[in-house]
Design a binder for this molecule. Structure first.
Ligand code: CUA
Length: 321
């Protein structure tokens, strides 16, 4: 049993656990969990106690007559209609309050806006006030409210960072929001939580919550022009610039595609492929060589690059810190 729980990633404070709150939103969600847990515990005890009494008192005894039979009892009928409605009401009041508070269009004035788009199968993040675009990895300053403004260009996805908040659907043609304040620095895992096609399970994200100085350094680095390649990477930039890569990806000053992740600072990301692999030249080369082999259903086609060209492109991309 312990092994099943551990292997299943269900540790109490594991990266996908919702049981330890690291944002105001998650504290609110946990408070509703607490109400529900108390309510069902008390109701469960009551039901089992009553059941035990009835089973003992009316059990079949030798020679006992059949107890008086009753058909229909208005008071009880009304009772067990009203009682569950009351329980639902008690749960609904705080739940609806939290949904409205964190979904409202009026986020706090100092909130950092992050635009989220869910694509098959990766996450686009834009910071309109900072003029920063990235993919699959969000950086946030600790203690400052953030409002995620979400919409989907293709199918419905669901934005979920178990320790910070969500899930909330990312829907084509409709803007959804989550407002929350991350309360502890750290690296948080996220996952698309709505089945969205072949690589739904391969649609992960990371959130890096940092002290504000570290966040400011990250923003400055993201705003900088892309690094100029050296060594192997020089050829890689040439291959990139003359291949179909430019149709889908933006590298500022090099290409302006908008269908795939912005790669201007690709090398600064810890992981790539929407959280699938660590960013290093070997793995990126393998990916560039044949993306559909590594990630089923990916929209990035096999461009039939040679081994040497794949390696060079990988060296160029990883060098884009
Ligand atoms: Cu996107 Cu599931």
């Amino acid at each position: 049993m312990a092994a099943v729980v551990a292997i299943g990633g269900c540790a109490f404070d594991g990266p996908m656990s919702t049981l330890v709150a690291r944002s105001d939103l998650n504290r609110s969600i946990l408070s509703v969990y607490k109400i529900i847990t108390w309510a069902i515990s008390i109701i469960g005890l009551l039901v089992f106690a009553l059941l035990a009494i009835v089973l003992l008192r009316y059990r079949d005894r030798p020679g006992a007559a059949l107890p008086r039979q009753i058909h229909g009892h208005t008071a009880m009928e009304i009772g067990w209609t009203i009682a569950p409605a009351l329980v639902l009401l008690i749960i609904a009041i705080p739940t609806i309050q939290i949904i409205f508070r964190t979904q409202s269009a009026a986020a706090p004035k100092n909130a950092l806006e992050v635009r989220v788009r869910g694509w098959q199968w990766w996450w686009e993040f834009r910071y309109p006030t900072l003029d920063v675009a990235t993919a699959n990895e969000v950086h946030l300053p600790v203690g400052r409210p953030v409002v995620f403004v979400m919409e989907g260009p293709d199918v419905i996805h669901s934005f979920w960072i178990p320790q910070l908040g969500g899930k909330r659907d990312v829907v084509p043609g409709h803007v959804n929001r989550i407002t929350l304040t991350p309360e502890a620095p750290g690296e948080y895992w996220g996952q698309c939580a709505e089945y969205c096609g072949t690589s739904h399970a391969n649609m992960m994200l990371r959130v890096f919550v940092e002290e504000s100085a570290a966040f400011d350094r990250w923003v400055a680095a993201q705003k900088a022009p892309p690094a100029e390649p050296t060594g192997d990477a020089v050829a890689g930039k040439e291959v990139f610039a003359r291949s179909a890569c430019v149709g889908c990806h933006t590298i500022r000053g090099v290409s302006a595609g908008g269908l795939g992740p912005d790669l201007t600072h690709f090398g600064s990301r810890k992981l790539f492929g929407a959280g699938m692999w660590e960013t290093n030249v070997e793995k990126v080369a393998e990916w560039v060589k044949d993306p559909p082999r590594l990630k089923p259903g990916t929209k990035m086609p096999n461009l039939h690059l040679s081994d040497a060209d794949s390696k060079a492109v990988a060296a160029y991309l990883v060098g884009l810190k």
